[in-house]
Design a protein around this ligand. Sequence first.
Ligand SMILES: [Zn+2]
Length: 181
Amino acid sequence: MTDTPSDLPNHPAEPGMIGTPPSARHIPYDSADHAEDFSHRYAEDLDIATGQVMMDLNLTDHQMGARDPDRNREHHTFFPSDRTGGSVSPTGQITIDSGVMNLHLLDAGYYEPTQEMWRRTKLRSRIEAIIPHELAETEYKDHDLALIAAPETKLPISHEAKRLLRTMEAGWKGSAGPSSL
Ligand SMILES: [Zn+2]
């Protein structure tokens, strides 16, 4: 086997480039934008996946999702346009959103080990962690108390999800970012 430059095809001369080469160009990257974009494209799959997790955790029909004002008030468990990870209505209806796809969701409100844990946790376990957090927020009407209560959930969530909730409890900075769980 020869592996000399003479084996490589002869490229015609590259056309002259105008402006900054792509490698040097600053490409604005926002992980929340990226997560929302992805979520819109895969909204149907994410809706099914979220609904499945909710059923596996034995949520009631009432707790599983809500009507989306952005989509003709159709009932969905996954809201691609929201960015907070999850929400709960005053009456306890839970929705998961594009924040669950954002690997930097916890960067603003939590210390680095929690951010890192979030990034390493599988999607399903992230959803499994958000649900008891939201339920606890309905019950206690307070994010800080929800952080303490959620790891004690009776819902059959995975060890990975429980570990994430404990890490969140320990790693909360004490003030929420613009879009934080
Ligand atoms: Zn919260």
